[in-house]
Design a protein around this ligand. Structure first.
Ligand code: MG
Length: 375
């Protein structure tokens, strides 16, 4: 089967970095981006940030770091099959959650609410802020100075009014158009990764059961096939084997449907891809099944009372921290205090967003004398 190499982003034709750099031979520009992401501080912090289960609830649950690694693995597989640029796909996948707050979506919601009068807060936009401004590793510039294509992939959604202030990386949200296929693939790989590993983690935590999942056709079909091929399998292997097959089907479907759509569109270059609507996609039947699985996870796992109780406390930690630092900026570490004097509330949001779960819990306890969550 033919690949889509004519539509791939080419490192030598990159729209470049914000601060021009002279780079040596040996690695492509997108490989450099990927390597800069792996070495940055925000990447290591992902190890101690919540995916669904708060970091210290168990050693085997996904964290934002293992989630990002799984997304990168799935994205690379798809990119290779389609002959797209694997390094760029991997860079976008590894960076996609760098701006996530502690405590997953609960932290994001609390910070978004607190920041509403000052331009809001959105973790996706924050990921771009991390790589553009917040990392401090290079002598000559703030941030990681990544290539345009990686930055554009990280910014997967953005309100037009905000995008208008971001320069060329925000252009497509103002004028319309799509990012490179590598970014589109990384985005869908995220969906494949979390829909599957959250099933695994939810079962492991005992919040959902195999029986609960049987009305979900995507899961049930593969579970039936596993039972036929391997009767009498232990429950743990039965779950893993089912999830393994689900991931595989989603990947195979995405590869085939994306190839079909690109060929049908007639796009034969990155420029042409940019002028089309989204070309990376699941087939309609698989999209419907995946949506039902995601709906199940939303209702039965993410809104489970045990998850909600922790997340309510997490929201309080984040919003109380914000109010405390705002009322008494002297409590901020010196560097962040200095930034708050220049940038106001945005500096407080940057500081809180960068915290790991346990750092936020401890900071809150130190300032309030109350411990809302166990560390
Ligand atoms: Mg993600």
């Amino acid at each position: 089967m033919s690949g889509l190499s004519s539509c791939a982003a080419q490192p030598a034709l990159s729209r470049g970095r914000r601060h021009p750099e002279v780079t040596g031979p040996g690695r492509s520009e997108f490989q450099r981006d990927r390597d800069r992401i792996v070495h940055c501080t925000a990447f290591r912090r992902l190890e101690y940030k919540t995916q669904v289960f708060i970091n210290h609830e168990g050693d085997l649950f996904r964290t934002r770091l293992t989630h990002s690694i799984e997304v990168a693995q799935i994205a690379r597989t798809i990119a290779r099959a389609l002959q797209l640029d694997e390094d760029l796909t991997e860079a976008v996948a590894l960076a996609h959650d760098l701006g996530h707050t502690p405590f997953g979506h609960a932290g994001q919601d609390a910070l978004a609410q607190a920041m509403q009068p000052w331009g809001g807060f959105e973790h996706n936009l924050q990921s771009l802020r991390v790589v553009d401004e917040l990392e401090q590793r290079y002598a000559a510039f703030d941030g990681l100075n990544l290539s345009f294509e990686t930055r554009e992939g990280i910014l997967k959604r953005c309100p037009a009014a905000v995008a208008a202030q971001l320069g060329e990386v925000g252009e497509r949200f103002v004028r319309g158009g799509s990012p490179c296929l590598e970014a589109q693939i990384a985005n869908l790989a995220d969906e494949i990764a979390y829909s599957n590993h959250d099933v695994d983690d939810g079962l492991r935590a005992g919040l959902i059961s195999l029986d609960d999942l049987l009305p979900i056709e995507l899961f049930a079909r593969h579970c039936r096939q596993v039972d036929i091929a391997h009767p009498g399998l232990s429950e743990r292997r039965r779950i893993h084997e089912t999830i393994r097959r689900m991931i595989n089907q989603l990947i195979v479907d995405l590869i085939a449907e994306t190839r079909r759509r690109v060929l049908q569109s007639g796009a034969d270059s990155l420029t042409a891809v940019r002028h089309c609507g989204p070309l990376a996609a699941f087939s309609p039947a698989i999209r419907r099944e995946l949506t039902l699985l995601k709906q199940f996870l939303l209702e039965r796992l993410y809104r489970h009372e045990r998850v909600e109780a922790v997340m309510r406390a997490a929201r309080d930690v984040v919003s109380e921290l914000f109010d405390l630092y705002r009322a008494q900026p002297a409590h901020l570490p010196e560097e962040h205090h200095e930034r708050a004097q220049r940038l106001g509330e945005r500096a407080i949001a940057d500081y809180i967003a960068g915290m790991t779960d346990r750092f936020a819990i401890r900071a809150h306890q130190q300032l309030t004398g109350r411990r809302l969550l166990d560390v």
